[in-house]
Every structure is written in C-alpha cells, then in structure tokens.
Design a binder for this molecule. Structure first.
Ligand SMILES: *[C@@H]1O[C@H](CO)[C@@H](O)[C@H](O)[C@H]1NC(C)=O
Ligand SMILES: *[C@@H]1O[C@H](CO)[C@@H](O)[C@H](O)[C@H]1NC(C)=O
Ligand SMILES: [Cu+2]
Length: 470
C-alpha cells in the first residue's frame, strides 16, 4: 500500500475512535453530524437521520466518515499465497462495512483478481480496472474539503453515464458473481440471499429506507473492491413513465433485451443465472421495445408526481415513507410482471435482477431529495412500536444512524431526456388505472409476505393521486 494511503487510513482510525467514545448517547448528535439537512431535525418526534444529502450543483458539507478502514480484510488479501483463491464471505463484507472503508491498493487488487475461479476473471478484472480509470476519472467533479475527498462516489443516472462507466459496472457485477463465497454461493448470490433472508426486517416500515441504504452500500463497496472506480448507477424510472418497456437501460449494452418469461436475451447479462433460491435464469415479465409489443402490465409514476411527493410538506415522515415504499412496488411489478412473476416480482429473489440495484438507488435518491426539501426526520412505527435512529438494523447490528452515515455518496441529478415523451400529462397514472393497479399491489405485497404494506396501498394511492393532480 502506498504511504499516502496508509496515512489517510490512520487519520481516519483516530476519528473513528473519537466517535466511538461518544457511544450510545450519540444518536441525536450523530444525526446532526450526518448531513446537511439538520435544521428541521426536531420538526418531528422520534429523531432525525440525514443521509448525506447533496443537491443541485455539487457536493458540500462533507463530514468525517465513520467507515474507516478494512484493514483485516485487506491484510488477509495481501497475505494470500500467490495463486490461491481468496475466499470472500458476505459476513466479512458486512463486518467490514460497519466501520471500515479503504480503497484496496493495486497490489491488493492483483491478489483479489487471482481469487477468481478462472483465468478469465483475472483478465477481465484487469480490463475493467483500466477501462474504469480511463472513463471515470475524467468526469469526477471538483472536490472541496474533508475526508471524503478521495472516496467520493458519484452515482449517476444510467443514461448519463459514459459507455465505459456502464460497461465497467456490468463487469464488476459479473465479477462478484464469479467470486466464490460460502456455502457454494457466489458473493453476488450471498448478497441476494441477505435480502431474502431478512425480508421481514427490511420492509414494511420506515426501516425500509435505511436497510436498503446500507444494503446498496455493501454492494457498491464490494464492486469497488473489484474496480475502485465503479459506482452504482440509478434508474430514474419516473423519466421512463411513458414507455418504461422502451427505456434505454434495456439496451444490449446494459441490462439487455427482454422477452417476457424468457432468460435475458442480450448484453453482459445474457442468460444471467443464479442459485437463489434455486438454479434459474433471471426472468422479466415484459418484452422490451417500442409499444405495443413491449408493454408492461403496471404503470410507473412519472417525474411530476414523484417531485410533488417530495415537495409535499403535509406528510409526516412515516406517511411519506409508507407512500414511497408502496410506490417503489411499481417497478418491481412492472419488471417482474404480475403474470410471469419474474425475479423482480418476488422479494425472495428480486436482487437477482441487476435492475434491482438501479431501482433502489433511485428510491434512495428520492429519499435524499425529500430530506433536502423537508428535513432529515426519522419517525413512525415498526410493527406498532415507535422507531428511533438508535434502532438496530437486522442483520447488520448497526443503529440506523450509523447505517446511513455519510459515505460520500452524491447522486448527480439527471439531465437525460424522456425517451417516450415528456412526462406530463401523458405519463400520469389515471385514477382508474390506480384503482386497477391497487389490486395488483395488494396481491404483490400479500404474496411476498409483506402484509404490513397491504393495508397501506389505498392510502398511498390517495396521496399519489393528489400529488399527480389526477
Ligand atoms: C442463452 O441461452 C439460450 C437457451 O439455452 C441459448 O440458445 C443461447 O445460445 C444462450 N446465449 C448465450 C450468449 O449464451
Ligand atoms: C397541505 O395542507 C394544506 C392545508 O390543509 C392544503 O391547502 C394543501 O393543499 C396540502 N398540500 C398537499 C400537497 O396536499
Ligand atoms: Cu427490498
């Protein structure tokens, strides 16, 4: 590891120790440290949590990271005998993510590359690294201050990414699926399983947001161990509300052409197959392409509606989060398909489809937008009990406020066009469509065991109808 890196790590370790001393009483203070939207922290009972929200023209208000180093893991990688595969256990990633974040040196990456099961992995990773460096470095925005400087992660709308950036992300994803983890699972499959095993804890309340926040952080950090320049793309599906089946993400060069009920047809993920919960190729329940051959049996909310939801100051955080969780079911239904019930339709396997992570990155971005607009409140109930930022997230055993600690992630607002046409008014979901879709949403949540959401569907549809002015 170069000297500069070591010094940076040491500095952060000191910061971490200092914060650890603050300890359990730190929830409120930590929430105040955690981001820039703290002014309204006291606006709602139950505490506040800030997700390091950044808006508009660039990053600001960077604060010390709590995710400081991953030295045990890095040391073990460095110590691996040449030619021996390095085993990656998901539990180690999770443990590492609790406190530590460090870029692996190129030497460590070399060793990591050897950890794959085939020669191709190593060769592929090397290629990815070079491509990523070439395309991503050049577009990194100017940095201002703070420890985030070298760890800055820009998450872009997929359509705004350079081809090389998109390609690097797909290769890092495939790389995770080539690394062997425990129990005969690949690291990618372990991540998918983490979501299904903890589905009950991860959904059905405001915990939905911090749980998936941390989940995405784990995935992104794992990807960045393969290629340190990769960040997670997001899919602003509200921009594709008019014709989501024809969205650019389904192109050959990215998530691949889709035929309803068949394996992924083209692209890096062609015939993408996983073992979760049983061996199968990832299925989607629609056919991509221009209408009418490519249609989805579920309409997505358009950007005007999502923006209005973000701007709605009348909702408590719990009401807002409930509405947003119901809304997020839309892309799960649209992509998985109510008839085919492909991977995105089933909570027990939804992260098998790479689009899951782009969808959830957008879910997180909108949460951040809401924090920026309405304050970083965190209140409501989980299974009838009031939530707090000190609640521990299962299975991460982390309090909420630490799970969403600023990891120097910045969502760059998108400027890409609306391929199917402008979002209003043709993209708006009519009240009649909503009523029809409410039936599908209730079935979706019920069949997936997320019963707490079933009763929220009607209220959410009412809020959305108001927001879209239909
Ligand atoms: C994908 O699977 C189909 C069906 O088994 C097969 O015909 C096709 O050749 C596969 N494509 C690739 C690129 O592996
Ligand atoms: C919020 O409440 C006020 C007062 O009841 C009402 O006039 C306004 O339309 C509401 N806004 C939204 C977005 O529902
Ligand atoms: Cu989920």
């Amino acid at each position: 590891m170069p000297k500069m890196t070591r010094r940076r790590v040491a500095l952060r370790a000191v910061v971490a120790a200092g914060l650890a001393v603050v300890g359990a009483a730190a929830a409120t203070a930590a929430a105040k440290l955690g981001g820039d939207a703290t002014g309204a922290a006291g606006a709602e009972a139950g505490g506040a949590v800030a997700t390091g929200s950044h808006n508009g023209d660039g990053p600001h208000a960077h604060l010390p990271l709590l995710e400081l180093e991953r030295r045990d893991l890095a040391a073990r990688i460095a110590a691996a005998p040449h030619g021996e595969p390095v085993q990656f256990e998901l539990s180690e990633w999770v443990a590492a993510m609790k406190n530590y974040h460090v870029e692996l040196s190129s030497h460590e990456l070399d060793v990591l590359s050897r950890g794959g099961t085939t020669e191709e992995v190593a060769a592929g990773l090397e290629e990815v690294r070079l491509a990523g460096k070439a395309s991503v470095r050049a577009v990194a925005p100017p940095l201002t201050s703070g420890l985030c400087t070298t760890d800055y992660r820009t998450r872009k709308e997929a359509g705004d990414m350079w081809p090389g950036e998109r390609w690097a992300w797909t290769q890092a994803m495939l790389g995770l699926h080539q690394l062997q983890g425990a129990n005969g699972r690949t690291v990618f499959e372990q991540l998918v399983e983490l979501h299904s095993v903890n589905a009950a804890q991860a959904h059905g309340s405001v915990q939905f947001l911090p749980w998936h926040f941390f989940y995405l952080t784990i995935l992104e950090t794992a990807l960045r161990a393969i290629d340190p320049y990769v960040t997670l793309p997001y899919w602003a599906w509200s921009r594709d509300a008019v014709a989501p089946y024809n969205a650019p993400i389904w192109e050959d060069w990215f998530l691949g052409k889709t035929v309803s009920g068949q394996c992924i047809q083209t692209g890096p993920f062609v015939n993408f197959t996983t073992n979760i919960p049983v061996n199968h190729c990832v299925l989607r329940g629609f056919t991509s392409g221009p209408a009418p051959t490519g249609s989805m049996d579920f309409a997505l909310e358009d950007e005007t509606t999502v923006n209005a939801l973000v701007a709605d100051a009348n909702l408590t955080f719990a009401e807002w989060a409930g509405t947003w969780e119901i809304t997020h079911g839309g892309p799960h239904l649209a992509v998985g398909g109510a008839t085919v019930r492909g991977d995105m339709w089933r909570v027990s396997r939804s992260p098998n489809d790479p689009v899951f992570f782009l969808h959830h990155a957008y879910v997180e971005k909108v949460w951040r937008d809401r924090q920026a607009a309405q304050g970083a409140s965190y209140s409501g109930t989980h299974r009838g009990t009031p939530v707090s930022v000190s609640d521990r997230l299962v299975p991460f055993d982390l309090p909420v406020w630490r799970a969403v600690w600023d990891r120097c992630v910045w969502y760059r607002p998108t400027t890409r066009s609306f391929p199917g046409g402008t979002p209003t008014p043709s993209g708006r979901v009519s009240r009649a469509t909503r009523a029809r879709q409410a039936v599908m949403l209730r079935e979706f949540f019920r069949e997936n065991g997320l019963t707490a959401n079933v009763d929220k569907v009607d209220a959410a549809q009412e809020v959305l109808a108001r927001a879209s002015n239909t």
